[in-house]
Structure formats: structure tokens, C-alpha cells
Write a protein that binds this ligand. Structure first.
Ligand SMILES: *Cc1c(COP(=O)(O)O)cnc(C)c1O
Length: 374
């Protein structure tokens, strides 16, 4: 598969090993599908399937039973069509003028989010004499993509004039990760009212957090992303199974005298004699620079020789240091691996230290790792 070919960096040459557990991904999809039934559980695979590899992850999701997939861009849709000839594929970012034929040729469905986009698709369908399917996105409070509710009402009144097959009506939640947020309550009410104007058209509102917020949010189809990939979708709930493991190689082990500093900016000082392991990955590999430490601020941790150890000093482009002073003297040697992400340290923990979110950790995962996908 191309997802593996593209990443053919031999393990012995790589600064880190990224393992994607497709079994865990499939199990997470089945888990969510069970929770939302009888609604259909789709899968969002934009952003290279949240950094896990579009083709391989989409295939695993299809094999698990996912029949509808969402990508952000037409280029992703074309790649997906090449591996999943029978899937229903929606492209979220909307219809760019001049791409209509590509949608038709790859049997992709645009998510139409403005009146001009609707006009483009309608005109194209009229020109080819075929009412091709598309989704309609209605904005209920995100102010990103989607028709204004008043525009949707207008469209519902003239529904017989819609010149394409209206296959899905959707909206997107802005704050579903914070249960009980007033905007979520309002979005749900508004979407329910709009969906009632389009009887017979399947409706979809829920992202991952919405999937876990009860049947009111499920409608006919749900669109989980982050939860499938092991990220936390609601602040008050544990994530599903971890999908990604990231192990970084020790380049060398060194002793630091008390009073010396470590790394750029001399930001971290050894208050006592210290032993550190230099790991062969850095911010160029998607590790957030803010996850490093300084004398006034702690950083992220990694597991080595069975124990959690803290990062020390700033994260460089290609390297970072791990404080292994607490380990026995010969516990770590060059070539060993430190686990930055895995069963015990999830993407959300690293994200918290990096002042970001699990989504950004996953979609930033570097291109220089040896990838094991299976
Ligand atoms: C990204 C996205 C999703 C998936 O969101 P998660 O929070 O990752 O579950 C669903 N719907 C739309 C419109 C999106 O852009």
C-alpha cells in the first residue's frame, strides 16, 4: 500500500519508530458504532487519517464496517477512492470552482456550504443531465462553513428546485467537548428544527464528542474522528484504545556536572550531577517545542527502562534530552528506545505539556520515523 511505501525509512536509520495499531483503530470504530446504533457510524479520515496514514487506516475502517468516510480535501478524496472503490466519500471543505468533473469522475460527494457552491453543483448537474449526490452543510454556531439557517429555510421552501440529490444534511458542533455548554444546547435545538424542514434527508450533527453525548445528538449518521485514533474527545471521559505508539532512539548517554546547563538558551540547569539520554527526534518530527522544560517549568515525560523520566531543557529541531538520573547507572545505552507516546502516555498528555491538543499531536507526527503499520 502507498501508506507504507511512502514511509520506507529503515528502522536502523530512523530516529524514532511510529507504530499504528490498526486493530485498535478498528476496535474503536466498532465500539463507537455499537454505542450510536441504529445511527450509521461514519469515519473522518482527513489530515492523513489524523496522521496515522490515509490509505491503511481507511482500509482498516472499511474492513471493520465503516461505509461512509469524510475527508477535508478533494486530493484526499481521490487517494481514498483509489483504495476504496465502493465507499461513500464526502469532501468537507466544499466545492472549489473548476473541480466539478473531478468529483464526478472519482464519485466523490461535495459538502456544499454556501449558496454559490450550491449554484455551482446545480449548474454542473444540469449540464451533464444527472442529479449527482451532495451534502448540505448548515451553520448553527461555528461560523466556519455552512449556510446560514435562514438560507437553509429558504432552500427548504424551494426544495423541488434543488438540482442535485440531497444525500445528507449536516452541521458541526463547536463545543461538544464541554458537556452542557450553552452553545451545544442551542446548536442541537437549531439543527433539529432545520432537519425537520428536510424530511427524508439523512441528518448528521455529531463529531466524536457528540457520539458520546447521548442519542439526541446521533440523528441518522455520526462523524467521529479523534476518538477513533485514541484521542480524548470529551474532557470528562477517558479516551478509547490508543492507536499510536512513538518510540525515540537514544543517540548517546552523557553525564552533566552540577551547575552546567542543557540545550539551547541554557534554559535548564543541572542542580546536581545528572545523567541524560539524548533522543534523536525534535520539533521537526512534530514534537511540540513547548513540551521541553526550563528551570522554572516542567516538561513532558517518556518511558525508558520501565520508568517515567522527564524531558530536560529545550527541544531542538532534531534532538531532545531526557533526565535519566533516577535510573541505575547502566540502565540505558545508545540505541535504546524511549516511549514518548503509547499505552501509558497518551496523545493528550503530551499535548497538555505542549500547550496544544491531541489532534495537533497526531496530525503533526513526523515524516522521518520508521513506520510500522498493522
Ligand atoms: C473534523 C470534523 C469531524 C470530526 O471531529 P472529531 O472531533 O475529530 O471527532 C466531524 N465533522 C466535521 C465537519 C469535521 O470537520
Amino acid at each position: 500500500m502507498s501508506g507504507i511505501d511512502r514511509a520506507a525509512i529503515p528502522q536502523a536509520e530512523a530516529g524514532g519508530i511510529l507504530t499504528v495499531d490498526l486493530g485498535a483503530l478498528a476496535a474503536n470504530w466498532r465500539d463507537l458504532a455499537g454505542r450510536v446504533a441504529p445511527a450509521e457510524c461514519a469515519a473522518v479520515v482527513k489530515g492523513d487519517a489524523y496522521g496515522t496514514g490515509l490509505e491503511t487506516s481507511a482500509q482498516a475502517l472499511w474492513d471493520a464496517g465503516a461505509r461512509t468516510l469524510f475527508v477535508a480535501l478533494l486530493s484526499e478524496g481521490k487517494r481514498l477512492r483509489a483504495v476504496l472503490p465502493a465507499a461513500t466519500i464526502y469532501v468537507l471543505n466544499g466545492l472549489f470552482a473548476g473541480t466539478e468533473e473531478t468529483y464526478r469522475d472519482s464519485r466523490l460527494r461535495p459538502v456544499l456550504g454556501s449558496l454559490p457552491e450550491i449554484a455551482l453543483w446545480t449548474a454542473f448537474c444540469a449540464r451533464i443531465g444527472n442529479r449527482l449526490p451532495a451534502a448540505l452543510h448548515v451553520d448553527t454556531g461555528m461560523n466556519r462553513l455552512g449556510l446560514a439557517p435562514s438560507e437553509a429555510v429558504g432552500l427548504a421552501e424551494t426544495r423541488e428546485e434543488i438540482g442535485f440529490e440531497l444525500a445528507l444534511l449536516m452541521s458541526h458542533l463547536a463545543c461538544a467537548d464541554e458537556p452542557g455548554h450553552p452553545l451545544t444546547v442551542r446548536q442541537l435545538e437549531d439543527f433539529r428544527a432545520i432537519a425537520a424542514l428536510f424530511p427524508g434527508v439523512p441528518a448528521s450533527l455529531a463529531n466524536s464528542a457528540g457520539c458520546l453525548s447521548g442519542p439526541d445528538f446521533h440523528f441518522d449518521l455520526v462523524r467521529p474522528g479523534i476518538a477513533l485514533y485514541g484521542g480524548r474527545s470529551r474532557a470528562d471521559m477517558a479516551p478509547l484504545r490508543p492507536v499510536v505508539t512513538l518510540e525515540l532512539r537514544v543517540s548517546q548517554v552523557r553525564d552533566v556536572h552540577a551547575g552546567e546547563t542543557i540545550g539551547y538558551g541554557a534554559a535548564a540547569t543541572a542542580s546536581e550531577p545528572m545523567r541524560i539520554a539524548i533522543l534523536a527526534a525534535g520539533y521537526a518530527d512534530g514534537i511540540p517545542r513547548l513540551a521541553g522544560s526550563s528551570d522554572t517549568r516542567g516538561g513532558a515525560e517518556a518511558i525508558i527502562a520501565g520508568r517515567r523520566c522527564p524531558l530536560i531543557g529545550r527541544i531542538s529541531m532534531d534532538l531532545m534530552a531526557l533526565d535519566i538520573t533516577a535510573l541505575p547507572e547502566d540502565a540505558v545505552k545508545a540505541g535504546d528506545l524511549a516511549t514518548l507516546l503509547g499505552r501509558q502516555i497518551g496523545v493528550d498528555e503530551l499535548a497538555r505539556h505542549g500547550e496544544t491538543i491531541g489532534y495537533e499531536i497526531l496530525t503533526s507526527l513526523g515524516r522521518r520515523y520508521h513506520r510500522r503499520i498493522g
